[in-house]
Design a protein around this ligand. Structure first.
Ligand SMILES: [Zn+2]
Ligand SMILES: [Zn+2]
Length: 296
C-alpha cells in the first residue's frame, strides 16, 4: 500500500488560470439564462441532455470503464466513451484511473476525494482543479489504454464537448446552447460530484464497509442509481447498484435494455450471499484488490 500522500503546496494548488473554463461554464449558464429567459423547450432540452449524458457517466465511465461490470463490442465501447465525454468531465481514461484510486483507498488518507480526509468541498470539486490530478496514472488503466480509439477520445476530450454544444446550437438556437449544454452541464457536474461528496456523508449504511459510503434515495434519483453508494462500495463487481427492487437504479434498467437488444452482455448481478452479507467478515472489502486486477 502506498504511503500517506503529503500535501504539497505546488501539487495541491488550485490551478485558477487553467480552470477559467470550469468557472466560465457556470457563469455562461447564468448569463445565458438571463439572456434567453424562461423556456419550456429549454427545460426539456436541459433535462434530456442531463439524463442522456448521466447515463454516459454512470453506465459508461463508471460501471463499464472503471469497473468492467458488463461487456460490449469495441464499437459499443466507443459509443459509451462518447456519451460520457460530452459531459465535459474529462476523458474515460482519466475518469476511470482516478475512480479506481478512490476504491482502492476509499476514505483512507490516500483517497483522492474523501470528504472525511479533506473536507466536503475538496471531495465535491476542488480535487479536480489541482495540479496533482491533472493527469491520470496510466498504470491503473492498462486494460483501457490498449485501445487507441479510447486514448484518442481521452486526449481530445474537449473537442467532443465543443461539437456537442455546437450541434445543440444549430439544432435549437440559443435555447439549445444555454439550456441544453451550459445549464445542463453545470447541473450534471454537480449531480455527479455529489457521489464523491454527499454519498460519503449523507444516508444510511447497510454494509459496514471500510469507508463511510452511504445509500441515499435522493442521490440515487438524480444520478441514475449511483446514490446506492454503500451497496456499490460493498460490492463493486456488479452493474447493479440498487440491490433490492425498491432501490431505483435507472442506469441498471438501461443496461438491461441494451442487453435485451444484444448490444451488451455478461451483465454482472449481485450474488445473494453478497447482498445478504452472509459471507465471512473481512471479505466484504473487495474494492481495492479488484481495481488492481483490472489494470493488470
Ligand atoms: Zn465505483
Ligand atoms: Zn465512494
Amino acid at each position: 500500500m502506498a504511503g500517506l500522500i503529503k500535501r504539497d503546496p505546488q501539487l495541491d494548488r488550485i490551478r485558477w488560470i487553467d480552470n477559467v473554463p470550469f468557472w466560465g461554464v457556470h457563469l455562461t449558464a447564468v448569463v445565458g439564462l438571463a439572456m434567453v429567459g424562461f423556456s419550456w423547450l429549454g427545460v426539456a432540452l436541459c433535462a434530456g441532455s442531463y439524463f442522456f449524458r448521466m447515463f454516459g457517466i454512470t453506465a459508461g465511465y463508471h460501471r463499464y470503464f472503471s469497473h468492467r461490470t458488463y461487456k460490449t463490442s469495441r464499437f459499443g465501447q466507443v459509443v459509451l466513451a462518447l456519451m460520457g465525454v460530452i459531459s465535459t468531465q474529462k476523458g474515460p481514461l482519466w475518469w476511470a484511473a482516478h475512480h479506481r484510486n478512490h476504491h482502492k483507498f476509499s476514505d483512507q488518507p490516500e483517497d483522492i476525494h474523501s470528504p472525511l480526509q479533506r473536507g466536503f468541498w475538496w471531495s465535491h470539486m476542488f480535487w479536480i482543479l489541482v495540479e496533482r490530478h491533472k493527469r491520470a496514472d496510466m498504470s491503473k488503466i492498462k486494460d483501457l489504454t490498449k485501445y487507441p480509439e479510447l486514448v484518442f477520445i481521452d486526449r481530445f476530450e474537449i473537442l467532443f464537448s465543443i461539437a456537442y454544444a455546437t450541434a445543440l446550437y444549430f439544432a435549437f438556437g440559443a435555447v439549445g446552447l444555454f439550456y441544453g449544454y451550459f445549464l445542463s452541464t453545470v447541473i450534471l457536474w454537480h449531480g455527479t460530484f455529489t457521489i464523491n461528496s454527499l454519498a460519503h456523508v449523507w444516508g444510511n449504511r447497510r454494509y459496514q464497509t471500510t469507508d463511510d459510503s452511504r445509500n441515499n434515495v435522493v442521490l440515487a434519483l438524480i444520478t441514475g442509481g449511483e446514490g446506492w453508494h454503500n451497496n456499490h462500495h460493498h460490492y463493486q463487481r456488479t452493474a447493479k447498484q440498487g440491490f433490492f427492487w425498491w432501490e431505483i437504479d435507472t442506469s441498471y434498467y438501461g443496461i438491461k435494455m441494451l442487453e435485451v437488444l444484444r448490444l451488451v452482455w455478461d451483465v454482472q448481478g449481485v450474488p445473494q450471499h453478497v447482498r445478504d452479507n452472509t459471507e465471512a467478515p473481512g471479505r466484504t472489502r473487495l474494492d481495492g484488490d479488484e481495481s488492481e486486477q483490472l489494470a493488470a
